[in-house]
Design a protein around this ligand. Structure first.
Ligand SMILES: [Zn+2]
Length: 692
């Protein structure tokens, strides 16, 4: 791994450790008289760094062009005095009132065509040139003021792009930006009209200036236009970031630069595009808050065991793979009750430590806890930090201090190590967006499908990368691609070569339905992969009241399965049928097939299987591809491996509150306790072991 500039020379980051084990701090919200005490206490707790100022635009530029950094300089100096390094946030996620009042055109227009109001955060347009100019101006002044400041080590640009109740903007500026982007993409209107099929509903464009954005228009938008608009909004946010990045590279060449996000489906942006030129990925991780949101959406009932830890693990695997496996950072880690109008409970004893180790186990190199003290004012006054409202230590304070000490003990070699995986799961934004535009069934959406597959595969603990569709597949033994609804020719060719060369490719219903322009292919489905899969799709069926069952044959034999939302009815043309529908007019027709193609295998799971059946099918395939876990662990325990050269570290995480016992194949030392273990090893409730 190429070390970022800031990691190459210790001298460049005087006083700062390469370790990023910190806390998010708000000197702008804290009386200056407390900064010294805060810095001393942070140092006592073992923290190496803070992130500050990402919401302090109003204090840094109280009137247009009038910059005041003296207070921030004093804060940085106080922190630095106590060996706390500083990541500075540029403040473009929340402009001050003078700005949005003077330039009301910068305020976003939502999907209903209504202009938002200022007063919250993330209410601005990503395209608007005035807002870009003002955002770049404040960031440039910050960079100029702090480029050589001792203690400053890096930057976070903006904060959580697109994380808002209205994640995309539909204003006139975005429309003009979209038209310009389309001109660059298609070159000519003929090409664009062909690609979208605009002859439908008399939508052929004779001037780029006629092209609308997908606002309510009495009928659904053209699917090609809608998908391109999702891509444009992703581009607009990424290019907004790039303006600040180019400036920071020039003014602060010795500092690292990143931005923070929470990952799909909450961010409406292609994070691979956003992080392309940044030094590393930074994620925000709130498992307890996420659990609360899931509860709120469900209205009633309970979440099945492992749902939250599985979704969080997938987020980490995704974060690691955004930049091809490079270690990432958690910029905000939940440290207490979390939320705004409603909030999650205090994490149980051991959970904050467990969540921290889960990130490290999946490839994180550093963690910042959110936040230092808990605000007594503002929209996030119930978002609890490491200190309580009365500045006493929070229930998790000692646990966080212990975790930071332990991670320092593990050291940079472990924290910067790699994550070997022989299996991969393709996550394709195009498929997610296209399916959101036309789900086919109101219950069908991409993220739950991908998460269900991730959960079924990783129940075997063999380690998996969550990769982009353009990634090189050669390194993997088995590749999964559920609901690969949009399939490019290049991607189909990569999959074909992968299977031909001996790989196992596993996919599901709705394969290869759409071209990159979101037109339906003109060949029998699954289109470009028909020969590789050895089947044609005879019919595709959204399921409402007429239920389907699935009966399996070897190697998947077991209880009959249920088919949930969707059934692709398969017609084999060379593939072996290993699962058939059992009810309704399609009874006896093929539901699951395996095709030998070249040296490999292509598996089509045509039915939306229940969790148990899906787990049996995917686990059987993973094992038969020769992908094995380093250690077998019981349900509720997570096991991952990190690796550097011939050194290997095994992480055992108990995601349950009860004691668990793991049988280990040889003698190990627990690096956290220095104890030697053989035979079996115990994990306390929410306990963690790091074995070498
Ligand atoms: Zn806009």
């Amino acid at each position: 791994m190429r070390l970022p500039v800031w990691g190459q020379t210790d001298a460049a980051v005087a006083g700062a450790s390469q370790l990023l084990l910190g806390v998010d701090y708000y000197p702008d919200q804290t009386p200056e008289a407390l900064w010294e005490e805060d810095s001393r206490m942070m140092s006592d707790a073992g923290f190496t760094n803070v992130r500050i100022a990402e919401f302090a635009w109003g204090l840094m530029e109280p009137a247009e062009g009038k910059f005041e950094f003296a207070w921030l300089r004093r804060a940085v100096q106080t922190l630095h005095k106590h060996n706390i390094a500083v990541i500075l946030g540029t403040p473009s996620a929340a402009p001050p009132p003078w700005l949005s009042l003077k330039y009301p055109e910068i305020v976003e227009v939502n999907a209903e065509g209504q202009r938002l109001h200022s007063g919250g955060r993330r209410f601005t347009c990503p395209t608007n040139k005035v807002y870009r100019r003002l955002s770049l101006a404040i960031a440039s002044e910050m960079a100029r003021a702090f480029a050589e400041s001792p203690g400053v080590i890096g930057w976070q640009i903006d904060n959580e792009f697109t994380l808002s109740s209205s994640p995309r903007c539909y204003c006139n500026f975005c429309q003009a930006g979209f038209q310009e982007w389309l001109r660059a993409k298609y070159g000519s209107l003929d090409k664009l009209n062909q690609a979208w099929g605009t002859v439908f509903w008399s939508q052929s464009y004779t001037d780029f200036g006629q092209i609308p954005v997908p606002l309510p228009s009495g009928g659904d938008p053209n699917p090609g236009l809608a998908l391109d608009y999702d891509r444009y909004q992703s581009y607009a946010n990424a290019s907004f970031l790039e303006e600040q990045l180019a400036m920071l590279r020039q003014k602060c060449p010795r500092h690292f630069v990143t931005t923070n996000n929470v990952g799909p489906p909450v961010d409406y942006i292609d994070l691979r595009e956003l992080y392309k030129n940044l030094d590393f990925v930074a994620f925000d991780n709130y498992p307890g808050f996420f659990e609360m949101l899931v509860h709120e959406q469900m209205k009633s009932g309970s979440i099945s065991a492992g749902t939250i830890s599985t979704a969080t693990a997938m987020g980490h695997d995704f974060a690691r793979c955004v930049k091809g496996g490079k270690p990432f950072m958690i910029m905000e880690e939940q440290s207490g009750k979390a939320g705004q109008k409603t909030f999650s409970p205090q994490p149980e004893k051991g959970q904050v430590r467990l969540w921290t180790y889960q990130a490290i186990a999946h490839g994180a190199m550093g963690v910042n806890y959110f936040r230092w003290d808990t605000a007594t004012f503002g929209a996030e006054e119930y978002w609890h930090g490491v200190l309580n409202h009365d500045r006493s230590k929070s229930p998790a304070y000692d646990e966080i201090k212990q975790t930071v000490k332990e991670l320092k003990g593990l050291g940079p070699k472990v924290l910067n190590s790699g994550y070997p995986a022989e299996a991969a799961l393709i996550f394709d934004y195009d498929c997610g967006w296209a399916l959101q535009i036309q789900p086919g069934h109101h219950g069908l959406s991409y993220m739950p499908q991908v998460t269900a597959w991730y959960g079924a595969i990783t129940a075997s603990h063999s380690g998996i990368d969550v990769i982009q569709p353009g990634a090189d597949l050669a390194a993997y033994k088995i590749v999964f691609a559920p609901v690969a609804y949009v399939l490019s020719e290049a991607q189909a060719a990569r999959i074909r070569n992968f299977v031909q060369g001996g790989g196992v490719f596993v996919t599901s219903f709705r394969l290869g339905v759409k071209t990159e322009s979101s037109q339906i292919v003109r060949t029998p489905l699954p289109g470009l992969l028909r020969e590789v899969m050895g089947v044609s799709v005879e019919d595709y069926v959204p399921i409402y009241s007429v239920k389907q069952g699935v009966k399996f044959s070897p190697p998947f034999a077991g209880s009959d399965g249920e088919c949930g939302l969707w059934a692709d009815i398969l017609q084999p043309s060379g593939a072996e049928v290993v699962g058939s529908y059992t009810a309704g007019e399609h009874a006896g027709k093929a539901a699951v097939s395996v095709n030998r193609f070249g040296k490999g295998k292509a598996v089509y799971v045509g039915a939306d299987l229940d969790a148990a059946s899906l787990a049996r099918v995917l686990r059987t395939l993973t094992a038969s591809a020769g992908v094995q876990p380093a250690i077998d662990v019981p349900a509720g325990v997570e096991m991952t491996v990190r690796k550097a050269g011939d050194k290997e570290w095994i992480f055992l995480l108990n995601n349950t509150s009860v004691v668990q016992t793991v049988t280990i194949p040889r003698a190990f030392t627990d690096l956290l306790t220095k104890d030697a273990h053989s035979g079996t090893i115990e994990l306390s409730g929410y306990g963690v072991r790091v074995l070498a």
